[in-house]
Design a protein around this ligand. Structure first.
Ligand code: F6R
Length: 259
Protein backbone atom coordinates (compact mmCIF):
# COMPACT_ATOMS: atom_id res chain seq x y z
CA UNK A 1 0.00 0.00 0.00
CA UNK A 2 1.13 3.55 -0.70
CA UNK A 3 0.30 5.73 2.29
CA UNK A 4 0.36 9.42 1.33
CA UNK A 5 0.01 11.82 4.26
CA UNK A 6 -0.92 15.32 3.17
CA UNK A 7 -1.09 18.44 5.26
CA UNK A 8 -4.87 18.77 5.25
CA UNK A 9 -8.09 17.80 3.50
CA UNK A 10 -7.64 20.39 0.73
CA UNK A 11 -4.15 19.14 -0.15
CA UNK A 12 -5.33 15.51 -0.03
CA UNK A 13 -8.26 16.33 -2.29
CA UNK A 14 -5.97 18.02 -4.84
CA UNK A 15 -3.61 15.02 -4.80
CA UNK A 16 -6.52 12.64 -5.41
CA UNK A 17 -7.81 14.84 -8.27
CA UNK A 18 -4.35 14.71 -9.87
CA UNK A 19 -4.33 10.92 -9.69
CA UNK A 20 -7.78 10.69 -11.27
CA UNK A 21 -6.80 13.15 -14.05
CA UNK A 22 -3.63 11.13 -14.75
CA UNK A 23 -5.64 7.92 -14.92
CA UNK A 24 -8.24 9.42 -17.31
CA UNK A 25 -5.51 10.95 -19.50
CA UNK A 26 -3.61 7.67 -19.67
CA UNK A 27 -6.79 5.80 -20.56
CA UNK A 28 -9.51 8.15 -21.81
CA UNK A 29 -11.85 5.19 -22.42
CA UNK A 30 -11.15 3.68 -18.99
CA UNK A 31 -13.63 2.57 -16.34
CA UNK A 32 -13.82 4.51 -13.09
CA UNK A 33 -15.29 3.17 -9.86
CA UNK A 34 -16.93 6.03 -7.97
CA UNK A 35 -18.01 6.61 -4.37
CA UNK A 36 -20.36 9.00 -2.59
CA UNK A 37 -20.31 10.64 0.87
CA UNK A 38 -18.94 13.83 2.38
CA UNK A 39 -15.30 13.02 1.58
CA UNK A 40 -16.00 12.93 -2.15
CA UNK A 41 -17.87 16.24 -2.40
CA UNK A 42 -14.79 18.54 -2.55
CA UNK A 43 -13.07 16.01 -4.82
CA UNK A 44 -15.93 16.09 -7.32
CA UNK A 45 -15.97 19.90 -7.10
CA UNK A 46 -12.27 19.88 -8.02
CA UNK A 47 -12.88 17.50 -10.96
CA UNK A 48 -15.75 19.69 -12.17
CA UNK A 49 -13.55 22.78 -12.06
CA UNK A 50 -10.75 20.99 -13.98
CA UNK A 51 -13.35 19.94 -16.56
CA UNK A 52 -14.62 23.54 -16.88
CA UNK A 53 -11.04 24.72 -17.41
CA UNK A 54 -10.74 22.22 -20.28
CA UNK A 55 -8.16 20.08 -18.42
CA UNK A 56 -10.28 16.93 -17.96
CA UNK A 57 -12.81 15.14 -20.13
CA UNK A 58 -14.89 12.05 -19.35
CA UNK A 59 -16.33 11.91 -22.88
CA UNK A 60 -15.00 8.39 -23.55
CA UNK A 61 -14.93 7.11 -19.96
CA UNK A 62 -17.39 4.84 -18.16
CA UNK A 63 -18.20 4.67 -14.47
CA UNK A 64 -19.72 2.33 -11.91
CA UNK A 65 -20.65 3.51 -8.43
CA UNK A 66 -20.00 1.39 -5.39
CA UNK A 67 -23.44 1.36 -3.89
CA UNK A 68 -27.05 2.54 -3.66
CA UNK A 69 -29.73 2.41 -0.98
CA UNK A 70 -32.40 -0.27 -1.40
CA UNK A 71 -35.89 1.22 -1.60
CA UNK A 72 -34.89 4.62 -3.00
CA UNK A 73 -35.81 5.33 -6.61
CA UNK A 74 -33.04 6.99 -8.68
CA UNK A 75 -35.08 10.23 -8.60
CA UNK A 76 -35.24 10.29 -4.76
CA UNK A 77 -33.27 13.35 -3.56
CA UNK A 78 -31.20 11.25 -1.13
CA UNK A 79 -30.44 8.45 -3.58
CA UNK A 80 -26.84 8.08 -4.65
CA UNK A 81 -28.08 8.58 -8.23
CA UNK A 82 -29.18 12.09 -7.22
CA UNK A 83 -25.95 12.68 -5.29
CA UNK A 84 -23.87 11.82 -8.37
CA UNK A 85 -26.00 14.01 -10.66
CA UNK A 86 -25.71 16.88 -8.22
CA UNK A 87 -21.97 16.64 -7.54
CA UNK A 88 -20.48 15.26 -10.76
CA UNK A 89 -22.54 13.86 -13.61
CA UNK A 90 -24.65 17.01 -14.06
CA UNK A 91 -21.51 19.12 -14.61
CA UNK A 92 -19.15 16.99 -16.73
CA UNK A 93 -19.29 15.27 -20.10
CA UNK A 94 -19.85 11.55 -19.54
CA UNK A 95 -21.74 10.18 -22.58
CA UNK A 96 -25.40 9.23 -22.01
CA UNK A 97 -25.54 5.72 -20.54
CA UNK A 98 -21.83 5.68 -19.62
CA UNK A 99 -22.44 5.99 -15.86
CA UNK A 100 -24.01 3.27 -13.74
CA UNK A 101 -25.25 2.76 -10.21
CA UNK A 102 -27.22 -0.18 -8.83
CA UNK A 103 -30.98 0.42 -9.04
CA UNK A 104 -32.18 0.51 -5.44
CA UNK A 105 -35.80 0.42 -6.60
CA UNK A 106 -35.43 -2.83 -8.59
CA UNK A 107 -38.23 -5.29 -7.70
CA UNK A 108 -35.64 -7.96 -6.89
CA UNK A 109 -32.59 -6.25 -5.31
CA UNK A 110 -30.65 -9.54 -5.16
CA UNK A 111 -31.05 -10.09 -8.91
CA UNK A 112 -30.13 -6.43 -9.48
CA UNK A 113 -26.92 -6.94 -7.46
CA UNK A 114 -25.97 -9.99 -9.56
CA UNK A 115 -26.73 -8.14 -12.79
CA UNK A 116 -24.66 -5.14 -11.66
CA UNK A 117 -21.62 -7.31 -10.94
CA UNK A 118 -22.03 -8.87 -14.41
CA UNK A 119 -22.19 -5.41 -16.03
CA UNK A 120 -18.87 -4.45 -14.43
CA UNK A 121 -17.25 -7.63 -15.72
CA UNK A 122 -18.76 -7.08 -19.20
CA UNK A 123 -17.27 -3.55 -19.24
CA UNK A 124 -13.82 -5.09 -18.75
CA UNK A 125 -13.55 -4.37 -15.02
CA UNK A 126 -12.65 -1.18 -13.18
CA UNK A 127 -9.37 0.64 -13.84
CA UNK A 128 -9.41 2.98 -10.85
CA UNK A 129 -11.73 2.50 -7.88
CA UNK A 130 -12.29 5.46 -5.54
CA UNK A 131 -13.12 4.68 -1.92
CA UNK A 132 -13.99 6.47 1.29
CA UNK A 133 -13.92 4.70 4.65
CA UNK A 134 -16.57 4.50 7.36
CA UNK A 135 -15.71 5.06 11.01
CA UNK A 136 -16.27 1.33 11.50
CA UNK A 137 -13.82 0.49 8.69
CA UNK A 138 -16.40 -0.18 5.98
CA UNK A 139 -15.65 0.42 2.29
CA UNK A 140 -18.62 0.65 -0.03
CA UNK A 141 -21.33 -0.62 2.32
CA UNK A 142 -19.31 -3.68 3.30
CA UNK A 143 -19.95 -3.50 7.00
CA UNK A 144 -17.79 -5.31 9.60
CA UNK A 145 -17.86 -9.12 9.15
CA UNK A 146 -18.43 -8.80 5.37
CA UNK A 147 -16.80 -11.74 3.65
CA UNK A 148 -13.42 -10.90 2.17
CA UNK A 149 -14.62 -12.86 -0.88
CA UNK A 150 -17.93 -11.00 -1.20
CA UNK A 151 -19.38 -9.84 -4.51
CA UNK A 152 -22.06 -7.23 -5.24
CA UNK A 153 -25.02 -8.02 -2.99
CA UNK A 154 -27.58 -6.64 -0.56
CA UNK A 155 -26.16 -5.66 2.85
CA UNK A 156 -27.85 -4.58 6.06
CA UNK A 157 -26.42 -1.28 7.28
CA UNK A 158 -25.21 -0.99 10.86
CA UNK A 159 -26.90 1.49 13.18
CA UNK A 160 -23.62 3.48 13.31
CA UNK A 161 -23.55 3.84 9.51
CA UNK A 162 -27.23 4.84 9.43
CA UNK A 163 -26.57 7.39 12.18
CA UNK A 164 -23.51 8.78 10.32
CA UNK A 165 -25.55 9.13 7.10
CA UNK A 166 -28.61 10.61 8.81
CA UNK A 167 -27.05 14.06 8.17
CA UNK A 168 -27.87 13.70 4.47
CA UNK A 169 -31.58 13.13 5.21
CA UNK A 170 -34.19 15.69 6.22
CA UNK A 171 -35.82 15.94 9.66
CA UNK A 172 -38.14 12.98 10.25
CA UNK A 173 -36.55 11.00 7.37
CA UNK A 174 -34.83 7.73 8.21
CA UNK A 175 -31.79 6.49 6.25
CA UNK A 176 -32.66 3.13 4.63
CA UNK A 177 -31.70 -0.13 6.33
CA UNK A 178 -30.39 -1.97 3.26
CA UNK A 179 -28.05 -1.16 0.40
CA UNK A 180 -26.75 -2.86 -2.73
CA UNK A 181 -22.97 -2.67 -2.58
CA UNK A 182 -20.05 -3.99 -4.57
CA UNK A 183 -18.37 -6.68 -2.47
CA UNK A 184 -14.84 -6.73 -1.11
CA UNK A 185 -13.70 -9.15 -3.83
CA UNK A 186 -15.37 -6.96 -6.47
CA UNK A 187 -13.36 -3.99 -5.14
CA UNK A 188 -10.14 -6.02 -5.09
CA UNK A 189 -10.67 -6.80 -8.79
CA UNK A 190 -10.13 -3.12 -9.68
CA UNK A 191 -6.72 -2.62 -11.29
CA UNK A 192 -5.97 0.28 -8.95
CA UNK A 193 -7.70 1.55 -5.81
CA UNK A 194 -7.56 4.99 -4.22
CA UNK A 195 -8.93 5.46 -0.70
CA UNK A 196 -9.36 8.91 0.86
CA UNK A 197 -9.70 9.48 4.60
CA UNK A 198 -9.74 12.87 6.25
CA UNK A 199 -10.41 13.96 9.83
CA UNK A 200 -9.67 12.71 13.33
CA UNK A 201 -12.90 10.66 13.45
CA UNK A 202 -11.45 8.35 10.76
CA UNK A 203 -8.10 7.81 12.56
CA UNK A 204 -9.01 4.55 14.42
CA UNK A 205 -10.46 2.95 11.26
CA UNK A 206 -7.42 4.05 9.24
CA UNK A 207 -5.08 2.58 11.83
CA UNK A 208 -6.98 -0.74 11.86
CA UNK A 209 -7.10 -0.87 8.04
CA UNK A 210 -3.38 -0.19 7.52
CA UNK A 211 -1.64 -1.61 10.57
CA UNK A 212 -4.14 -4.13 11.92
CA UNK A 213 -4.56 -7.71 10.74
CA UNK A 214 -6.48 -8.41 7.53
CA UNK A 215 -9.88 -9.09 8.99
CA UNK A 216 -13.53 -9.13 7.98
CA UNK A 217 -14.06 -7.06 11.13
CA UNK A 218 -12.24 -4.15 9.44
CA UNK A 219 -13.35 -4.51 5.80
CA UNK A 220 -10.89 -1.83 4.54
CA UNK A 221 -7.99 -4.01 5.78
CA UNK A 222 -8.61 -6.18 2.69
CA UNK A 223 -6.76 -3.48 0.74
CA UNK A 224 -3.56 -4.89 2.25
CA UNK A 225 -4.11 -7.68 -0.30
CA UNK A 226 -4.22 -5.28 -3.28
CA UNK A 227 -1.08 -4.70 -5.36
CA UNK A 228 -1.91 -1.13 -6.35
CA UNK A 229 -3.67 0.52 -3.43
CA UNK A 230 -3.00 4.17 -2.55
CA UNK A 231 -4.38 5.74 0.62
CA UNK A 232 -4.48 9.52 0.81
CA UNK A 233 -4.78 10.80 4.38
CA UNK A 234 -4.63 14.15 6.09
CA UNK A 235 -2.56 14.60 9.26
CA UNK A 236 -5.63 14.07 11.46
CA UNK A 237 -6.68 10.77 9.86
CA UNK A 238 -3.05 9.57 10.04
CA UNK A 239 -2.63 10.57 13.69
CA UNK A 240 -3.07 7.07 15.19
CA UNK A 241 -0.62 5.36 12.80
CA UNK A 242 2.35 3.81 14.54
CA UNK A 243 4.63 4.15 11.49
CA UNK A 244 3.40 7.54 10.29
CA UNK A 245 6.92 9.06 10.33
CA UNK A 246 8.06 6.24 8.06
CA UNK A 247 5.19 6.72 5.59
CA UNK A 248 5.92 10.44 5.51
CA UNK A 249 9.64 9.79 4.88
CA UNK A 250 8.85 7.53 1.92
CA UNK A 251 6.35 10.00 0.41
CA UNK A 252 7.04 13.47 1.84
CA UNK A 253 3.85 15.53 1.42
CA UNK A 254 2.48 12.75 -0.78
CA UNK A 255 5.34 12.95 -3.31
CA UNK A 256 6.22 9.82 -5.31
CA UNK A 257 8.95 7.61 -3.75
CA UNK A 258 12.42 8.67 -4.97
CA UNK A 259 13.90 5.26 -5.66
C1 F6R B 1 -20.33 5.67 -0.23
C2 F6R B 1 -19.47 4.69 0.40
C3 F6R B 1 -19.08 4.76 1.84
C4 F6R B 1 -18.42 6.08 2.22
C5 F6R B 1 -18.04 6.07 3.69
C6 F6R B 1 -17.42 7.40 4.13
O1 F6R B 1 -20.49 5.39 -1.61
O2 F6R B 1 -19.11 3.79 -0.28
O3 F6R B 1 -18.20 3.70 2.11
O4 F6R B 1 -17.27 6.28 1.43
O5 F6R B 1 -19.18 5.83 4.47
O6 F6R B 1 -18.40 8.40 4.06
P1 F6R B 1 -18.02 9.93 4.32
O7 F6R B 1 -17.13 10.36 3.22
O8 F6R B 1 -19.35 10.64 4.29
O9 F6R B 1 -17.37 9.96 5.65
Amino acid sequence: MKILILQDRAAGTRRAAEMICDSVMRRPDGVLGLATGGTMEPLYAELVSRHREGRLSFARAKSFNLDEYVGLAPSHPQSYHSYMDQHLFGHVDFAPGATALPDGSAPDPHAEADAYEARIVAAGGIDLQLLGIGRNGHIGFNEPTSSLCSRTRVKTLTESTRAANARFFGPGEEPPTYAITMGLASILDAREVLLLAFGKEKAPAVRAAIEGPVSAFTPASVLQMHRHATLILDQAAASDLELREYYFTVHPDGAPAVV
